[in-house]
Design a protein around this ligand. Structure first.
Ligand SMILES: [Fe+2]
Length: 237
């Protein structure tokens, strides 16, 4: 972590999200008038989610996979900046898929890390307060919600994400899936992600091999419902 950001984080008591924004300024791109993005720190150690998710998976997932999305997103943004400056319409359009894939990868993983927390920090503790009530109202019970997310996550073909979201328009909780690294917003502009579970093989294969349902069953032991509840309370009308 850059010293300047570390000092700012400590002195201002900033959380993970604010820290990501501080770290988001890439010097080369910044001098050209736009921001690039940096890999956010995890708010826990790589091995802190064991035995639900191994430290080896967490380290590779964060340092290699997420970092690659960040690197390629920044590259695409720089190319986009140049293409716009040169008035190259075809190049602008050509870059959209790389921006969606790598930018989506950065957005999704930044949420995912915050959706997890060690058992010693409340991982797996069911939500209290208004989110708990909303889950019961919309799905019948927490068990029914978990069953629905696990079923949709297991059935998702190829790589993607399964989400618990607040639909700000209908004011209801919904379960959605997205393919590849599509962020939740691609399923609807009024959807706010409360919980996103990565069902790419890179998220579980080293530990669970091809048995995605076992990964989905165990991940609930380290889900950070406190974070989801805070987002829900902030975003609900
Ligand atoms: Fe991932």
């Amino acid at each position: 972590m850059a010293l300047r950001a570390l000092v700012a984080r400590k002195s201002l008591g900033l959380g993970f999200q604010s820290e990501a924004k501080i770290l988001a300024v890439g010097s080369a791109a910044h001098s050209r008038g736009f921001q690039t993005f940096s890999l956010p720190d995890l708010p826990y150690d790589y091995g802190a989610l064991e035995p639900a998710i191994s430290g080896e998976i967490m380290q590779l997932h964060h340092q290699k996979h997420h970092q690659t999305y960040v690197t390629n997103y920044n590259k695409a943004l720089e190319q986009l900046h140049d293409a716009i400056a040169q008035g190259d319409a075809a190049a602008v359009v050509k870059l959209q898929s790389a921006i969606k894939f790598n930018g989506g990868g950065h957005v999704n993983h930044s949420i995912f890390w915050k959706n997890l927390t060690p058992v010693s920090h409340g991982g797996g503790e069911p939500p209290h307060g208004s989110l708990g009530w909303a889950i019961d109202t919309n799905f019948g019970s927490m068990e029914a919600l978990v069953q629905k997310i696990n079923a949709e996550g297991a059935a998702l073909q190829g790589s993607g994400w399964v989400w618990l979201a607040l639909d700000k328009e209908s004011k209801k909780l919904v379960v959605e899936t997205t393919a590849n690294q599509d962020p939740l917003v691609t399923k609807g502009p009024t959807l706010v992600p409360l919980l996103g579970i990565d069902v790419w093989e890179h998220a579980y294969y080293l530990q669970y091999k091809n048995v995605r349902p076992d990964y989905l069953k165990n991940i609930w032991k380290v889900i950070n419902w406190k974070y989801a509840g805070e987002v829900y309370e902030k975003e609900s009308p």
